[in-house]
Write a protein that binds this ligand. Structure first.
Ligand code: NDP
Length: 510
């Protein structure tokens, strides 16, 4: 089998002795892709490497799918949709299969947490209590929806047909074959967010995981088969974005494309899908304002603000990366968040005391270091952090920047690392205006003891999620998605089902 490394990574050495038990078990063979219920190599025979971001060493090789493999997978998904048992199955049986997948995931929770920690770098302790349980819960929530997707009946009047009687109703039908492209920050959870509603509605899928983190999706593919979900319903093609991802977004056999990732690539997806007007849903970037008011309870706001940015190393689309603090509390909050940053134990994800692991890749490390440099060049000052942590792996110090100005890159753009810009304010109206002024609108938070102010701001902030006196609260029942350039459509909750169904109006003259 030929090996092809992505150009930016050719210099990284292979890990001969393996970092952990999971690492050894996955490194014994190149991982294949799941197409039509079979584990297959790429048509080209090529592979790419996935890396341990704590060391920069190769974990294993993975099949490098491209246009030809996408084409095979789309054909399999189309055949499974048109003539396989999945659509004809009762909703109850479909729901049971999704529930079984959740049970299998739960049975293998520890293995998935280890895989996620190894491939992404996140603390094992976090993957165990957040990533994997949230994915399990999402599948269970969507399993419940399988039996509750229905249309309505309508008493209609039809003024130009006096005296005629009609029976009119709507049907909710699966949208068809769906291409799903997911990122690396929550690899398993993003697969669950995408697969759950697609399966509940009876769609079939071609899923492309991120090149940095393909391992948990491939293992999930094994469980999908074990759960009895028919061949071809879920196809998993590993490969690079510019080859496999682009081919999937542009493929004429796809009815809808669902994407999570950068706003930049989101725009490419829209262009690719425009050719045949595929349905598109997008969950994109963010620069989320986190506002601490004069009347906030600082005992909760300070640790809340720290975890809003430092959770998952700041690699969250909804990270609270713009911390607005009322002038009266600015110094206290900045010093509290900085003290929290100083205490964070940085290390490889598998170590039990690690609270923050490495960024996912050398590319992300360079991107975040570039933002830190740009911040300094433009006059921002790190109160804490501000640089790389260690020389091996992709670790970055948790950083609090002050002395920022509205036009700076660090204030306007998504950094996607553990870097927060703290900005003082005095006028609540002005801070809401500032919070609403960027190109994004994914999430926002307010910290206040005034309940009417909280509700008023919740309606004034232009964001898909507003947290009040909390941050990063997710639930399968709560829709998540963005205003403006943060995306189109909502994931999770009943809203997600809208993205995977077509509504058909039926009118019968009686
Ligand atoms: P991308 O948007 O490039 O990656 C997300 C997914 O899109 C991956 O599966 C990727 O594949 C795929 N992809 C890349 N290019 C194309 C393409 N031309 N056509 C179709 N699919 C494509 O994000 P990056 O990994 O490059 O991260 C860059 C920035 O994006 C981050 O710094 C962050 O700001 C933002 N981001 C936002 C996320 C979110 O949750 N909203 C998640 C991740 C990143 P592959 O990885 O194989 O190239």
């Amino acid at each position: 089998m030929k090996t092809k490394l992505s150009p930016s990574r050719k210099k990284i050495r292979t890990n001969g002795n393996g970092a952990s038990r999971v690492s050894r078990s996955v490194s014994s063979k190149a991982r294949r892709m799941l197409i039509d219920g079979e584990w297959v190599d790429a048509v080209s025979g090529e592979t790419f490497a996935t890396y341990d971001p704590a060391t920069g060493e190769i974990i294993c090789q993975v099949a490098a799918g491209d246009k030809k493999d996408i084409d095979r997978a789309v054909k399999a998904a189309r055949a499974a949709f048109e003539s396989g048992p999945w659509r004809k199955m009762t909703p109850s049986d479909r729901g049971r299969a999704i529930w079984k997948l959740a049970d299998l995931l739960e049975k293998n929770l520890e293995e998935f947490a280890r895989l996620e920690s190894l491939d992404n770098g996140k603390p094992l302790t976090v993957a165990r209590v957040a990533d994997v349980p949230l994915a399990i819960d999402l599948f269970r929530y969507m399993a419940g929806w399988a039996t509750k997707i229905h249309g309505s009946t309508f008493p209609i009047s039809v003024p130009y047909a006096p005296g005629a009687r009609f029976h009119s109703y709507t049907l909710r039908e699966p949208i068809g074959v769906v291409g799903q492209i997911i990122p690396w920050n929550f690899p398993l959870l993003m697969a669950a967010w995408k697969l759950g509603p697609a399966l509940a509605t009876g769609c079939t899928v071609v899923l492309k995981p991120a090149e940095q983190t393909p391992l948990s999706a491939l293992r999930l593919g094994e469980l999908i088969r074990e759960a009895g979900i028919p061949d071809g319903v879920v196809n998993i093609v590993t490969g690079l974005g510019e080859t496999a991802g682009a081919a999937l977004a542009a493929h004429p056999g796809i009815d809808k494309v669902a994407f999570t990732g950068s706003t930049e690539v989101g725009k490419l997806i829209v262009n690719a899908a425009a050719n045949d007007l595929k349905k598109v849903s997008l969950e994109l970037g963010g620069k989320s304002p986190n506002i601490v008011f004069e009347d906030a309870d600082l005992e909760t706001a300070i640790p809340g603000a720290a975890s809003a940015i430092f959770f998952n190393h700041g690699q969250c689309c909804c990270a609270g990366s713009l911390l607005y603090v009322h002038k009266k509390h600015f110094d206290k909050v900045v010093s509290g968040v900085s003290a929290a940053a100083n205490k964070i134990k940085i290390g490889p994800g598998h170590q039990p005391d690690t609270e923050m692991g490495p960024l996912v890749s050398e590319e992300q490390l360079n991107r975040v270091m570039g933002y830190l440099q740009s911040g300094r060049n433009e006059g921002a000052r790190p109160v804490v952090g501000g640089g790389r942590a260690g020389k091996r792996g992709y670790f970055v110090q948790p950083t609090v920047l002050v002395n920022t100005k509205p036009g700076m890159k660090v204030v306007k753009e998504e950094i996607f690392g553990p870097v927060v810009c703290a900005v003082p304010f005095t006028d609540p109206m002005e801070v809401v205006q500032a919070a609403n002024s960027g190109i994004y609108g994914l999430a926002a938070a307010v910290w206040t003891r005034d309940v009417s102010k909280a509700h008023r701001l919740a309606s004034e902030l232009r964001a898909g999620t507003v947290w009040v006196n909390c941050y990063n609260i997710f639930d399968a029942a709560l829709p998540f998605g963005g205003y403006r350039q943060s995306g189109w459509g909502r994931e999770m909750g009943a809203e997600a089902l809208e993205l995977y169904t077509e509504t058909k109006a039926v009118c019968v003259q009686l």
